[in-house]
Design a protein around this ligand. Structure first.
Ligand SMILES: NC(=O)C1=CN([C@@H]2O[C@H](COP(=O)(O)OP(=O)(O)OC[C@H]3O[C@@H](n4cnc5c(N)ncnc54)[C@H](OP(=O)(O)O)[C@@H]3O)[C@@H](O)[C@H]2O)C=CC1
Ligand SMILES: O=C(CO)COP(=O)(O)O
Ligand SMILES: [Zn+2]
Length: 350
């Protein structure tokens, strides 16, 4: 029987052209008086400095994040010592927001996140991803109390990172198929609300004729990534947004192969896993996934993210061995190297 669980969710979510301008108002409404600002050099220069001007009276300290790690969290905690901090504000990309999440969780204070890029669904999720000793680790945190997604900032953020966000959102399509498979084959707990929240925005974008991430579609992308994060909080695990395509991406990170971003890797992984779902269960349309990624000029081939065919095969074989409790199409089909060669040929990935 699934356990009854009360999920902690973001209290305030603003997705608009003026989100950056209401930070003061939001802090006021949350009763914040002493916040610590975490940011990156670039994001501070482009966005953070101006926001800090507006809320300067509430900022106790500012830290620039360079390398997201537990060491970085400890460094900040030590500098803050016994200061009476009641809020962490994160203004930056995934690196900054992840450190902000872990710090706010450890200090048990309010977290206000203002993403300056929309590169993955960590914007609103209760998960942080650090590299420790060169290897990726996933850390559970509290979700942000407030997420202020400013569409003007995000529309002008680097296009490669917007495309990456699209890849991470589209990956929910196979993640949810894997989750359903685990429910049917292994009796895993499945949450229809979380699954729908994760998959519906992804399908909306996949079915769109024209995709313009610098234009009107940025809003749906950001909405979808935030809903993904909330779906993760509701499900109590990354299940709605992470299946076999994420195992493939984690395998690449572990092996240190290629130069793709998270979203680029999972995007290519989604083509492969959607092919397997379609072939073995007749559900899915890998060509639709590939075409959508091509439409926004995101990579759809191994070569584009610095991978050889052999490395992709090795990563797929490795992916079968990680996080074994999470049943996916890879454990279900357990493809051999020869079968994977066929998949790569057919999909044109390598
Ligand atoms: N929590 C989760 O679920 C997940 C977390 N991750 C983690 O997220 C991190 C990657 O996040 P990602 O957002 O891709 O990358 P970064 O946070 O590293 O940001 C990428 C670059 O963009 C710069 N930047 C930020 N905002 C802007 C802007 N508006 N315009 C121009 N440049 C900008 C940053 O500079 P500067 O930093 O100097 O401001 C940085 O150089 C990794 O640490 C990864 O492990 C990955 C997947 C999932
Ligand atoms: O990237 C994520 C969801 O998009 C996080 O998932 P993981 O739990 O696989 O790290
Ligand atoms: Zn992801």
């Amino acid at each position: 029987m699934p356990r009854l669980m009360i999920a902690e969710l973001p209290l305030i979510v603003e997705i608009s052209e003026k989100a950056r301008k209401i930070v003061g108002e939001v802090l006021e409404s949350l009763g914040i008086s002493a916040a610590v600002l975490l940011t990156g050099h670039k994001s501070y220069e482009l966005v953070g400095a101006k926001i800090e001007e507006r809320i300067g009276d509430k900022i106790l300290n500012r830290f620039f994040i360079e390398r997201p790690s537990m060491g970085e969290v400890r460094r900040i905690e030590m500098s803050l010592s016994y200061s009476d901090v009641d809020c962490v504000i994160g203004i930056g990309g995934g690196k900054v927001l992840d450190v902000a999440k872990v710090l706010a969780s450890e200090m048990n204070v309010t977290l206000v996140n203002l993403p300056t890029v929309a590169s993955h669904d960590g914007i609103a999720s209760p998960l942080a991803s650090f590299k420790e000793n060169g290897k990726p680790v996933s850390i559970s945190t509290k979700p942000p109390t407030a997420v202020l997604a400013d569409l003007v900032i995000l529309r002008h953020s680097p296009i490669r990172l917007l495309r990456s966000g699209f890849g991470d959102l589209v990956s929910n399509v196979t993640a949810v198929k894997d989750w359903k498979l685990a429910k049917e084959k292994k009796g895993d707990a499945f949450n229809e609300v979380a699954a729908s929240m994760a998959v519906m925005p992804a399908n909306l974008l996949l079915n769109s004729d024209r995709l313009d991430l610098r234009g009107s579609d940025v809003e749906m992308l950001v909405r979808g990534l935030i809903l993904s994060g909330v779906a993760i909080a509701i499900a109590g695990s990354s299940r709605p947004a992470s299946g076999a395509e994420h195992k493939f991406s984690h395998a690449l990170d572990y092996l240190g192969y290629g130069n793709g971003t998270h979203g680029e890797q999972v995007g290519i992984g989604t083509i492969i896993m959607e092919y397997l779902h379609e072939k073995h269960y007749g559900i899915g349309d890998w060509e639709r996934v590939k075409q959508a990624l091509e439409k926004i000029q995101a990579p759809t081939t191994a070569k584009e993210i610095g991978l050889t065919r052999e490395q992709v095969i090795e990563a797929l074989m490795y992916a079968k061995r990680i996080r074994r409790k999470r049943y996916t199409i890879l454990e279900d089909v357990n493809p051999t190297k020869d079968e994977l060669e066929v998949v790569l040929n057919k999909t044109g990935v390598a």
